[in-house]
Design a protein around this ligand. Structure first.
Ligand code: GAR
Length: 215
C-alpha cells in the first residue's frame, strides 16, 4: 500500500512511519510527504529517506477550499491508499475529507473525546486529570470527532507541565500511529458510516487501548 503523510512540523510521527516501513513492521511505502510549511523539519526527514516531498503553502490560497483542492490535485498522481495526518495543523474542508473518506487517519494528542482542538495537554493539567494521552482516529467532517481507533494513556505526574507531558505523549504516539496504520494496511480496519470496524467488529467508542493490543 502507498501512504501519503501530511505534516506541518518536526515530523517525529513521520519518522516513526519511515522507521516502521524500513523495518517491515508496517508493510507499506510512503509515496509522498506533503507540508503546508516550507520550514517544517519533517521535510528533511523525508528527503533523508528518499521520499518525494511537496510544499503547498496555505497562505497562497484565497480560501480553505482552494488550498484543499490544490492538495487533492497534488496528491492524485501518487494515488495514496491511505492518507496520514501527522501533525498537520490545518482544518480540512468537507471536500478534502470526502476525497479520502475511510482512508484518512489523524493522531490527536488527547484521550478523545476529551479535548478536541488545541492546547490539549494544558487543558488536561488544568482539569486535574490523572491521565493524558493520544488517540488515532478516522477523520470525518467533525473536527477531531471521527471514530477513535487506538489510544495510549500517559500518567500525569507531580510537577508536570504541558511541554514535559507532550514529550512523553509523543513517545507513545510513535508506537500508536504505525500500529493503527498497520491494521489498515492489513485490511483489518475500516470506516463504515461513522463507525470504525476492526476485523468486522465495531470498536469501542474510545478505541482500543494500545497496552491491550496483542497483534
Ligand atoms: C503530535 O504530537 C500530534 O499529536 C499533534 O502534533 C504533533 C506533531 O508532532 N497533532 C495535533 O495537535 C493535531 N491537532 P510531529 O510533527 O513531531 O509528528
Amino acid at each position: 500500500m502507498k501512504l501519503a503523510v501530511l505534516i506541518s512540523g518536526s515530523g517525529s510521527n513521520l519518522q516513526a512511519f519511515i522507521d516502521a516501513c524500513e523495518a517491515g513492521t508496517l508493510p507499506a511505502d510512503i509515496a509522498v510527504v506533503l507540508s503546508n510549511k516550507s520550514e517544517a523539519g519533517g521535510l528533511a526527514r523525508a528527503e533523508a529517506a528518499d521520499i518525494p516531498t511537496l510544499v503547498i503553502d496555505h497562505r497562497e490560497f484565497e480560501s480553505r477550499e482552494a488550498f484543499d483542492a490544490a492538495m487533492v490535485a497534488a496528491l492524485a498522481p501518487f494515488a495514496p491508499d491511505l492518507v496520514i495526518l501527522a501533525g498537520f495543523m490545518r482544518i480540512l474542508t468537507p471536500a478534502f475529507i470526502a476525497a479520502f473518506r475511510g482512508r484518512l487517519l489523524n493522531i490527536h494528542p488527547s484521550l478523545l473525546p476529551k479535548y478536541p482542538g488545541l492546547h490539549t495537554h494544558q487543558r488536561a493539567l488544568d482539569a486535574g486529570d490523572t491521565e493524558a494521552g493520544a488517540t488515532v482516529h478516522f477523520v470525518t467532517e467533525e473536527l477531531d470527532g471521527g471514530p477513535p481507533i487506538l489510544f495510549a494513556q500517559v500518567a500525569i505526574v507531580e510537577g508536570d507541565n504541558a511541554a514535559l507531558l507532550a514529550d512523553r505523549v509523543q513517545l507513545r504516539e510513535h508506537q500508536l500511529y504505525p500500529q493503527a496504520a498497520r491494521w489498515f494496511v492489513e485490511g483489518r480496519l475500516a470506516l463504515q458510516g461513522d463507525r470504525a470496524l476492526l476485523d468486522g467488529e465495531p470498536l469501542p467508542p474510545s478505541g482500543v487501548d494500545l497496552d491491550k493490543v496483542q497483534d
